[in-house]
Write a protein that binds this ligand. Sequence first.
Ligand SMILES: [Mg+2]
Ligand SMILES: [Zn+2]
Length: 219
Amino acid sequence: MKTAIFCDFDGTVTRRDVGYSIFHHFSGGKNDELLPDWKAGRMTTRECLTREAAMVRASTDELYRFIDLFELDAGFLEFARLCRKNDIPLMIASDGLDFYIRHILGKYDLGHLMLPTNVGRAENGGLTVEFPHRNRSCPRCGTCKGERIEQFREDHGGRHSVVFVGDGYSDACAAHRADIIFAKKDLERYCQAGKIAYLKFDTFDDVSRQLIQMNHLER
Ligand SMILES: [Mg+2]
Ligand SMILES: [Zn+2]
């Protein structure tokens, strides 16, 4: 069995959640009103992101200066190198916005790892969002990570053992589709509540170490 790895971006590849921080910072914290409904599944991700984006007041320059403050998980570059060396597909599946992911990964020449996701546009002192990726069965997500995993399995004849690494509720659909789950924070709570087996991690050094022990990766 081959291995394939899907990673969440916000709060996983980056230490802090970039999308949340943009909405929080540039809405004066107003976006927080929406999150309890979203976390409880009473509001879809599409509605939540659309309403959060409408609260943003920022110039394009201000947005990019803010985005430049975010750092990658200290173990991620080495993790990406190990995947490349072991010929293991590594894909970043996000239900955030494409422009900041592309901007941050581009600094490290890792833009090619990113799967298509929701489109965010900084314009006219604000932010707009579009959802070009129809989910076939998921009513909740903007771009469903569970469906990305399904699609990958279909395209590759189900020959892969799928690893998923994530930290939040937007990873819920992926947690039901992956074979091995690395979880922290809200995703860890979600797995515990749903009795889904997972491995704990804090940084990608933990993920690398455990995948080496399990013979999915070689140093
Ligand atoms: Mg996340
Ligand atoms: Zn979904």
